[in-house]
Design a protein around this ligand. Structure first.
Ligand SMILES: Cc1ncc(COP(=O)(O)O)c(C=O)c1O
Length: 385
């Protein structure tokens, strides 16, 4: 079916909660996508940060094929080896506690919120301005953006949003706080790394008052910033973190990863999900982890990202560039980011996205090549010249 035919189906039958671009993709490989007419695109958005291993990574595809032909699903009433193995690997590689799987980022956040409230009954959840944690009620309540929250009020009570500064966090966190939920680098706000002193202040105040520090690593995790998890580079260790997006190598899986102190807060019956951590998504995630937890690949992410950011700073019309690994955001002097992203797609066959009126975001695959980065820069420069 052509993009035009699919648009007609959408107009008649699909709830209009997305503003889709008029392109229908049919195939992907590495950093490339192809549309229904055979045109090739350079993908610097990768399913909004889902394909850190690139499109259709052969190891991920092979693992899915193998698992799908053996056992697709059994529920969490039974054991499967892919899920137990993935939990063991994530816990040992990060916070040393335990792992609870979910199907998406928002669900991982819901798990973190419920865990924190069970740990400190009735406690407040502290979040920061500019944060984004998802669209379900708990995650939305932790996402202090008027335009996203207002139509859905009343939200979940007990959420407090403060500026992402050391002073504000220190003042907001107290004996009444169940958890502080933060992104180390805010993604949806346009790639804004939080100040290190704010993260340290949150850690110190959580320690002082017995609150849980939760890092939302849904976008920053799985190698995106040049280490498997972003917290590893800042020397501030959370009590728990949430993962999703690239965890499954392209399939939907999320996880709440705890440190030892929170590992046994949930008991049977407290939380659950029919599909969470099913054998097929867990097999895909194990294969993606095999690819991503590689010091050489991660070092390359840092180098390529710094090189890309330096080159973007020389592009006319770009005012500010923010970058951690291959998580890159830039502001345009003259605004018009949504229009630029659309022109990049339709005129240059470069996939990007606008996170706001002035800001464009790049989330290329971590296996992107230097030549592909240069190609993306050339396509972008052609539009801004
Ligand atoms: C930091 C962060 N947290 C949570 C979410 C929500 O994840 P999902 O869309 O899988 O529910 C996102 C999605 O963009 C995100 O970037």
């Amino acid at each position: 079916m052509s993009a035009a035919a699919l648009q007609a189906v959408e107009a008649a039958h699909v709830v209009p909660n997305y503003a889709r671009q008029p392109v229908a993709f049919v195939r992907g490989a590495g950093s490339r996508l192809w549309d229904d007419e055979g045109h090739e695109y350079l993908d610097f958005l990768t399913g909004i940060g889902v394909l850190n291993v690139g499109h259709c990574h052969p190891r991920v595809v092979a693992a899915i094929r193998e698992q799908a032909g053996t056992l697709l699903h059994v529920s969490n009433l039974f054991y499967t080896e892919p899920a137990m193995r993935l939990a063991e690997r994530l816990a040992e590689r990060s916070l040393g506690g335990k792992v609870m799987f979910s199907n998406s980022g928002a669900e991982a956040i819901e798990g973190a919120l419920k865990l924190a409230r069970k740990n400190r009954r009735g406690g407040e959840i502290v979040t920061v301005h500019g944060g984004f944690h998802g669209r379900t009620y708990g995650a939305l309540s932790a996402t202090p953006q008027e335009s996203k929250q207002a139509p859905f009020a009343p939200l979940v009570p007990g959420f407090v949003a403060v500026p992402p500064t050391a002073e504000a966090l220190d003042a907001a966190i107290g004996e009444q706080t169940a958890a502080v939920v933060l992104e180390v680098v805010q993604g949806e706000s346009g790639v804004h790394p939080l100040p290190l002193d704010a993260l340290r202040a949150a850690r110190a105040a959580c320690d002082e008052h017995g609150a849980a520090l939760v890092f939302d690593e849904i976008q920053t995790g799985m190698g995106r910033t040049g280490s498997l998890f972003a917290y590893e580079q800042i020397g501030v260790v959370p009590d728990a973190m949430t993962l999703a997006k690239s965890l499954g190598g392209g399939l939907p899986i999320g996880a709440l990863v705890t440190g030892p102190a929170l590992a046994d807060v949930f008991q049977p019956g407290d939380h659950g999900s029919t599909f969470a951590g099913g054998p097929t998504v867990a097999a895909a995630a194990n294969a993606a982890l095999d690819v991503l937890d590689d010091p050489e690949l991660l070092a390359r992410v840092g180098e390529l990202g710094a090189r890309l950011a330096a080159a973007l700073r020389d592009v006319p019309g770009i005012a500010e560039v923010r970058q951690r690994g291959l998580m890159v955001g830039f502001d345009l002097d003259a605004g018009g980011a949504p229009a630029l992203a659309r022109r990049a797609l339709l005129e240059q066959r470069l996939v990007l996205n606008a996170t706001g009126p002035d800001t464009v975001r790049m989330l290329p695959a971590l296996v992107v090549t230097e030549a592909e980065c240069d190609d993306a820069l050339a396509r972008l420069t052609a539009l801004l010249r």
